[in-house]
Write a protein that binds this ligand. Structure first.
Ligand code: CA
Length: 223
């Protein structure tokens, strides 16, 4: 899952970015409204964290413009203000949720997870393909009765493949949802990570779940 953080206070932006990356999310940051709007329209984010008070273009304007541009990523507004009027304005402008600063990082994580659950009503807390199971809350992964120990990046890649089970995902799609803007698409990092996952998910099991689709990408499905 790839998240955009739009926040002009660098300390907060960096703290949130670092924390979310540790959780396995791909994260980009923008430090003013115009940059945020540009990135959100250019890239395919799964979620936008948007500060209300921003230089160049404030959060409400960014939010409205994103909705006008039919950007589908849900938006969580971050704000130091906590008045009813601001909340109403934020929600009217199209924000999907609201978080008042200062917030505990755990609360931000809970809101993000809740937002992903809301947008994917069919997969409340667990993703399943054959005997492979991924718990979106605890990040626990099991194949049959075997515990699978994944790094944050491997988990993130597997989650993306499982959310798109039965569908071919290209390397571009993977790079856009699992890696951040600094990712060099000309490297073979994705293939390397797919191999890590194969070793952990498929190796030693009779039926393989991760399949290569020649010259197109990968697909996760039961054979
Ligand atoms: Ca601000």
């Amino acid at each position: 899952m790839r998240i955009l953080v739009v926040e002009d206070e660098r300390k907060i932006a960096d703290f949130v970015k670092r924390g979310l990356r540790e959780e396995g999310y791909a994260v980009d940051a923008a430090y003013d409204g115009e940059e945020g709007l540009f990135l959100a329209k250019t890239n395919d984010y799964d979620l936008v964290l948007l500060d209300l008070m921003l230089p160049k273009l404030d959060g409400l304007a960014v939010c409205r413009k994103l909705k006008e541009a039919k950007v589908k990523a849900p938006i969580i507004m971050l704000t130091a203000k906590n008045t009813v009027r601001d909340k109403v304005l934020g929600l009217d402008s199209g924000a999907d949720d609201y978080l008042t600063k200062p917030f505990a990082f755990e609360e931000l994580l809970a809101r993000i997870r809740a937002m992903f659950r809301k947008t994917e009503a069919l997969t409340p807390t667990k993703l399943k393909v054959a005997d492979l199971e991924l718990d979106l809350v605890t990040h626990k992964v099991m194949r049959g009765s075997k515990d699978i120990d994944l790094t944050a990046k491997e988990y993130s890649l597997l989650e993306y493949l499982m959310r798109n089970q039965g569908t071919i995902v290209t390397r571009t799609m993977i790079s856009e949802h699992v890696w951040d803007i600094d990712f060099d698409t000309f490297t073979n990092v994705i293939d390397v990570y797919i191999n890590y996952l194969r070793n952990k998910i498929d190796s030693g099991f009779k039926s393989k779940l991760i399949h290569t689709v020649r010259s197109r990408g990968y697909i996760l499905k039961e054979e």
